[in-house]
Design a protein around this ligand. Structure first.
Ligand code: HEC
Ligand code: HEC
Ligand code: HEC
Ligand code: HEC
Ligand code: HEC
Ligand code: HEC
Length: 493
């Protein structure tokens, strides 16, 4: 009997070990998925592998936009390209790629779709683009589709284009888990059978007359096994739910694309502008707040053309406020101006600046003006904000849940905690991102470890007890925990 108990203990242990393996495997696979997503993102950045909408856009503008409308919906010199893959779906994919490279050759060969196009559009000839690689064509087609389906417009300014590619690249691990689960299941049954057999042999050896071998069905329906299966499901289910719940709304490392390519590296790093010059709320109030465009104007009334993007990014600030950089005045009644009137003002500014730098307005210049104007419109408008006028809608990065109370002034002014302790070396980054996890554990850990500067701080005068203890040498430090920093209601409404 002792032997039997021992066996079932071992069996139970084995089950635990195996189910732990599943959990670990899942974590590893998740980590791998994250990694490969990051790689996909990186390679999309580099323009290899995954489709890059951004690159497609550039190529389209350079090679195709002279004949094909940029909105993909209107006919121009050539037909509207929206839905083109659909129209070629009866033929192998290579045919469409070949058409883009050598349309005339395909017409001569009598390819049905090519001939159909020629009948409608001939004798207008489309250029050959023998230099385009498959990847480049894929990028162009990706861009065409994104514009046509509206995926590009619906995209919030914060959602980087590469994310689309990254998501597609994410490997699917479900088959692996199912295979693993099946293997473990079979293993479990085999082990259970062995135990049953050993039990049987033991009973026979002990001379038990009633001894008999347990059937497979009996094993499968035995209380122990059923209990274990239920237990395993609860553990796994609980694990996944808790994991998802914890990750919800938390986004360490989140670095969305912003409407203006504002760089903390340029401003807080190179130019050494104090964080609080712009985020002046941090010292005084609960919120740090993002500076209004008027704060930017303290400097950008004078610095109107940047060394990196020229008029491309800075004009967005002017267009949001109605500042005319050509005349250095604020436009009267800007709020009631039409899109066309606004377009005229800023296109003139961009054109004048271009002429000043390049001598005259050539076709490159025309293209640049259109491109920058389009950039201004997409950056300053979105599905909620139809007009260019009005505040710049920065994409919020940090966001604690509503039930948490966090106060900047308390930490910055009273606690004298550096911005960088929580936000990382922001002054080194071109793109702002969330540095800390913002989890409850993160807050609590710091409150446990951080000593409050107790001595010469007005705020702590009322803690006479601690002051006496320090004076008498009974206590050598006071942490945030000691002053109530772990009390639930301090952080929760
Ligand atoms: C010089 C003008 C011109 C340029 C530049 C041009 N196209 Fe065309 N494209 C045409 C014309 C015209 C047609 C209609 C067929 C014909 O007449 O040859 C056409 C047809 C097409 C079609 C077939 C559309 C359909 O509905 O099946 C595709 C796809 C296409 N072009 C893609 C491109 C791409 C991609 C580029 C840039 C790399 C490009 N074109 C550049 C003029 C041009
Ligand atoms: C010239 C003005 C300026 C200065 C100086 C500046 N910032 Fe910012 N900061 C901004 C703007 C504009 C944004 C919003 C755009 C962005 O996220 O890049 C921002 C965003 C942030 C965010 C993210 C806010 C969110 O959405 O959650 C943090 C955190 C931040 N800044 C911290 C700092 C720190 C720390 C410093 C000093 C090292 C600093 N900033 C200096 C203008 C400034
Ligand atoms: C205290 C002065 C100051 C303030 C305030 C300031 N900037 Fe700047 N900004 C600069 C300087 C200096 C540069 C570097 C110019 C250069 O390299 O040509 C710069 C560069 C930029 C650039 C890059 C331009 C380019 O093409 O290279 C952008 C975009 C920008 N600032 C946006 C903003 C925004 C948005 C704000 C307000 C939130 C702001 N700045 C507030 C001083 C300031
Ligand atoms: C103790 C950690 C801590 C310190 C120190 C700190 N922050 Fe924050 N910061 C946070 C947290 C947490 C949030 C998110 C707040 C929220 O979502 O309500 C945040 C949000 C922000 C935001 C977004 C706007 C807002 O208020 O929600 C800006 C901008 C910002 N911090 C700038 C700064 C600057 C500048 C300093 C230094 C003067 C600073 N922070 C110091 C933790 C800190
Ligand atoms: C880098 C360390 C650090 C982190 C991270 C931090 N705090 Fe604090 N916190 C402090 C310090 C230091 C004080 C003491 C300031 C004071 O005496 O009021 C403080 C005080 C507080 C207080 C006032 C406590 C009291 O008893 O008066 C609250 C509330 C608070 N923090 C909330 C938060 C929340 C919420 C978070 C996480 C989102 C957080 N803190 C993250 C360092 C930190
Ligand atoms: C120093 C600040 C702080 C203190 C003290 C604190 N919490 Fe929290 N708590 C947080 C933050 C920040 C979050 C949000 C975590 C997130 O978004 O992942 C949170 C989240 C929670 C949640 C939601 C679950 C979750 O992870 O999102 C619960 C429940 C909770 N806290 C309960 C408590 C209780 C009970 C206490 C007292 C024993 C307490 N908290 C004390 C900062 C604090």
């Amino acid at each position: 009997m002792i032997y039997k108990q021992l066996m079932s203990r071992i069996l139970l242990l084995l089950f635990f070990a195996l189910s732990a393996t599943v959990v670990v495997a899942q974590e590893e696979a998740n980590a791998q998925a994250d990694e490969s997503a990051a790689e996909a993102e990186a390679s999309a950045d580099a323009g290899e592998g995954a489709v890059s909408i951004e690159e497609g856009k550039t190529l389209f503008r350079n090679y195709c936009a002279t004949c094909h409308a940029k909105n993909m919906k209107d006919d121009l010199t050539g037909p509207a390209l929206g839905g083109v893959e659909e129209r070629w779906s009866d033929y192998p994919e290579e045919d469409l790629y070949r058409w883009i490279r050598q349309s005339q050759a395909m017409i001569e060969e009598g390819h049905p779709r090519a001939v159909e196009l020629w009948d409608e559009w001939g004798p207008t000839v489309m250029n050959n683009f023998l230099n385009l690689s498959d990847q480049e064509i894929a990028n162009i087609l990706g861009y065409i589709d994104a514009v046509y389906t509206g995926a590009l417009d619906k995209k919030k300014p914060g959602e980087a284009t590469v994310d689309v590619a990254a998501v597609q690249e994410k490997p699917n691990n479900t088959p692996l888990f199912i295979a693993l689960a099946v293997i473990l299941g079979v293993l479990a049954v085999v082990l259970a059978r062995i135990v049953a057999n050993l039990n049987y042999m033991l009973q026979v050896k002990e001379g038990d007359e009633s001894a008999r071998r347990k059937s497979l069905v009996e094993i499968l329906t035995s209380k122990g096994l059923i209990a274990f299966v239920i237990f395993a499901l609860v553990v796994l289910g609980g694990y996944t739910t808790v994991n998802n719940a914890i990750m919800l709304g938390r986004q360490q490392g989140y670095a969305p694309e912003q409407p203006i390519k504002f760089s903390h590296k340029t401003h807080a790093g190179l130019q050494k502008i104090d964080c609080q010059y712009c985020h002046d709320g941090a010292r005084r109030s609960k919120h740090s707040v993002i500076p209004a465009a008027n704060t930017c104007m303290n400097c950008h009334r004078a610095i109107k053309v940047g060394s990196k993007y020229g008029t491309g990014e800075l004009t967005k600030i002017y267009a949001s406020l109605g500042y005319d950089p050509s005349s250095d005045t604020y436009i009267e009644d800007y709020d009631n101006m039409s899109r066309e009137e606004i377009e005229k003002v800023y296109k003139k500014w961009i054109a004048d600046t271009y002429v000043k730098e390049n001598g005259s307005l050539d076709s490159d210049g025309e293209e640049l003006i259109d491109e920058q104007w389009e950039g201004i419109v997409t950056s300053l408008t979105n599905e909620n904000k139809q007009q260019i006028q009005g505040p710049i809608e920065w994409v919020r990065i940090h966001n604690l849940p509503d039930h948490v109370y966090f106060n900047h002034a308390q930490h910055v002014s009273v606690g004298e905690v550096e911005c960088q302790t929580c936000h990382g070396p922001m002054q080194e980054w071109e793109v702002a991102k969330q540095h800390s996890p913002l989890s409850m554990g993160w807050c609590i850990n710091c409150h446990r470890q951080t000593e409050v500067q107790f001595e010469d701080n007005e705020y702590y005068k009322s803690y006479t007890g601690y002051h006496e203890e320090i004076a008498s040498g009974e206590r050598d430090k006071v942490t945030v925990e000691d002053i109530g920093g772990l009390e639930c209601q301090k952080c929760h409404y």
